[in-house]
Write a protein that binds this ligand. Structure first.
Ligand SMILES: Cc1ncc(C[n+]2csc(CCOP(=O)(O)OP(=O)(O)O)c2C)c(N)n1
Length: 628
């Protein structure tokens, strides 16, 4: 029996000696490599926090003390130390452990995350609640240097430093976001990391002063006391100190004993404390150390060699987007591209290397990315912002107020639209149709395949005014790209199949599911029309009204929640036009969607041929056809 199997709760760690802790760290790394090599997951970040997590759980008394993880993708070690070893092999699978903190999973997961830069805000909340209720536990936020680039983190530091409540922020600095970290804060942390230690310098200066004949020792005493003025010369972490934090660090985050020692110091201090811990992403597994970006969020791989397992498949929508944008940018020097810390994830890495002077990685700052794009647009450029659907939730006001109200020529590329699979509810992009379709001035489209995505991107860049294009996290249909780009008439849907009994309406690749369902329906005596809606806004009102009159039965299918979705917009249209007598079935998600593979989730929620056939049953189409 290994040591890890003997750890059922954090207090079991406290009896271990330093040799046992090292052995345990190795076992944890091995367990994570084994499981993630099969299930996929956030390996590199977790390998980097093994010693830090051990130290946290030895020094703090979770769940009484609150440990809040930023993003939460680095909580595998925490899960292994808080009684979840047995289920660990199910991580990120349907009905398995979540890849992020989950309050329902354990009392040790005190705050759910998935989106970045929330931990300090939550920690301030926990700390204030503790103070108001006159409790005395510790509150710790663990935040990476990548997450520290997010606006919320700055807002929370600003509040925390002013509020005087005791809380500890552990800044886990590995110089990486998913890609190398960017921005002025990152450069500042780099300076701190490479600076000789404060204490050492302070000692040196005191030593030198003492040697001044006659007055040396007096001056040294005065200087040592004059912390405030000395700080400007000596104190690393001045920014944090000025914000009201006591800054401790930087320290080696893989020296478990040292981390414990500094955490103990932090516990003794009153008010907000920032502990700056330096770690290595991917620590202890060579392929991940060499390629922390690839192993940040990785699919299944060969644990021995670190080779990622890839099946031959058509290019993804993301790849096609990135390549198409490069092609268009070659012809148009005004095209610029913006990423919020996801150049690889959004396929913009190719653009970044081809047009470095026209590419901006702004850090985990979706709000800034969008308003920055509006500025670029009014400055005369053609900005394309690529953000995952789920992270656009962060930038809603910026899209509405800064882009659409002012009709800025900004193209919003919405990647990972629809369910995304194993990352689960924090990452599914199932709300964007609802929240973007209602914004005036925003042309909003979704391609049925990767070739249409190319034309839509081209169309978006020709259009004057804001445009959004949504596409899923998946490989394309394998459709050959057309030789030349075509402008798609704004607001015009495409009829892929005619039929008189029912109209199947979809946006995005679910159109193909409708085509397959239409064939099945024909076998059952039902003639289905299939409409590739293409535009969620503006709707092709004329075409929809024609088919409402013709078929009197609509089935809509969308990779989005039902409320406020594409189906709802068509219901609104019928109501606006006073059309009655159209039987309606809407297929989509009822609310937050659990984790699971994309195809599994589609099947579970009826976004499948079977789901459409069942909807046709509910409309009594099949029965009627059988009777006639
Ligand atoms: C709002 C938001 N935008 C983007 C992401 C995608 N994302 C997940 S982790 C990550 C990098 C985090 O870097 P850091 O905080 O330094 O943690 P590390 O993985 O390096 O330990 C990014 C950009 C996210 N989770 N949330």
């Amino acid at each position: 029996m290994g040591l890890l199997e003997k750890i059922h709760e954090p207090k079991d760690l406290r009896t271990l000696d330093s040799t046992e802790l090292k052995t345990l760290a190795q076992e944890i790394r091995q367990e994570m490599i084994d499981v993630v090599s099969r299930n996929g997951g956030h390996l590199a970040s977790n390998l980097g926090v093994v010693e830090l997590t051990l130290a946290l759980h030895r020094k703090f008394d979770s769940p009484c003390d609150k440990i809040i993880w930023d993003v939460g993708h680095q909580t595998y070690v925490h899960k292994l130390l808080t009684g979840r070893l047995d289920q660990f092999k199910t991580i990120r699978q349907c009905h398995g452990l979540s890849g992020f903190p989950k309050r329902a999973e354990s009392t040790h997961d005190c705050f759910e995350t998935g989106h970045s830069s929330t931990s300090i805000s939550a920690a301030v909340g926990f700390a204030k609640a503790r103070d108001v209720l006159r409790e005395s536990h510790h509150v710790v936020a663990v935040i990476g240097d990548g997450a520290m680039t997010g606006g919320m983190a700055f807002e929370a530091l600003n509040h925390a430093g002013h509020s005087e409540s005791s809380l500890i922020v552990v800044l886990n600095d590995n110089e990486m976001s998913i890609s190398p970290n960017v921005g002025a804060m990152s450069s500042y942390l780099n300076r701190l990391r490479t600076d000789p230690l404060y204490d050492k310098r302070k000692e040196d200066i005191e030593y030198l002063l003492k040697r001044i004949p006659g007055i040396g020792s007096k001056v040294a005493k005065v200087v040592a006391k004059a912390k405030d003025s000395l700080k400007y010369l000596l104190v690393p972490g001045l920014i944090f100190e000025e914000l009201g934090f006591t800054y401790l660090g930087p320290i080696d985050g893989h020296d478990e004993a040292l981390v414990e020692q500094v955490l103990e110091q932090a516990k003794q201090k009153k008010g907000p404390v920032l502990v700056h811990v330096v770690t290595r992403k991917g620590k202890g597994y060579k392929p991940a150390e060499a390629n922390p970006g690839v192993f940040h969020g990785v699919g299944p791989f060969d644990a021995l060699t670190g080779k990622v397992i890839k099946k031959p498949a058509p290019p993804t929508y993301t790849t096609v987007f990135g390549e198409t944008l490069c092609k268009l940018a070659k012809e148009d020097p005004k095209i610029v591209a913006i990423s919020a810390a996801m150049p690889s994830g959004t396929g913009l890495n190719v653009f970044a290397s081809e047009f470095p002077e026209r590419f901006y990685d702004v850090g985990i700052a979706e709000q800034h990315a969008v308003t920055f794009a509006a500025g670029l647009a009014f400055g005369g450029l053609k900005p394309v912002v690529a953000i995952y659907s789920t992270f656009y939730q962060r930038a809603y006001d910026q899209v509405l107020h800064d882009v659409c109200l002012q009709q800025a020529n900004v193209v919003l590329a919405i990647d990972r639209a629809g369910v995304v699979g194993d990352d689960g509810p924090t990452h599914h992009g199932v709300f964007d149709i609802s929240f973007f379709r209602i914004i005036p001035n925003l042309v909003f489209m979704a391609p049925k395949d990767e070739n249409e995505l190319r034309h839509m991107l081209y169309t978006a860049l020709q259009h004057s005014g804001p445009v959004a294009v949504r596409y899923p996290r998946s490989v394309g249909q394998g459709v050959k790209p057309d030789e030349t780009f075509k402008e798609i008439p704004i607001g015009k849907a495409e009829v892929l199949r005619d039929g008189r009994d029912v109209t199947l309406i979809a946006v995005g690749p679910l159109v193909h599911t409708c085509l397959l369902a239409a064939q099945e329906l024909r076998h059952r005596g039902v003639e289905a029309a299939v409409i590739n809606l293409r535009f969620i806004n503006p709707l092709d009102r004329e075409l929809l009204l024609h088919y409402a009159g013709l078929t009197k039965n609509f089935i809509t299918i969308e990779d989005n929640v039902l409320k406020g979705g594409m189906g709802s917009s068509i219901l609104e249209l019928l109501e606006e036009e006073g059309i009655e007598g159209v039987a309606f079935e809407r297929l989509g998600y009822p609310g937050f969607v659990e984790q699971g593979s994309i195809s599994q989730l589609h099947i579970t929620h009826g976004l499948s041929v079977q789901g459409i056939l069942q909807a046709a049953e509910r409309l009594q189409l099949i029965r009627r056809a059988a009777q006639s």
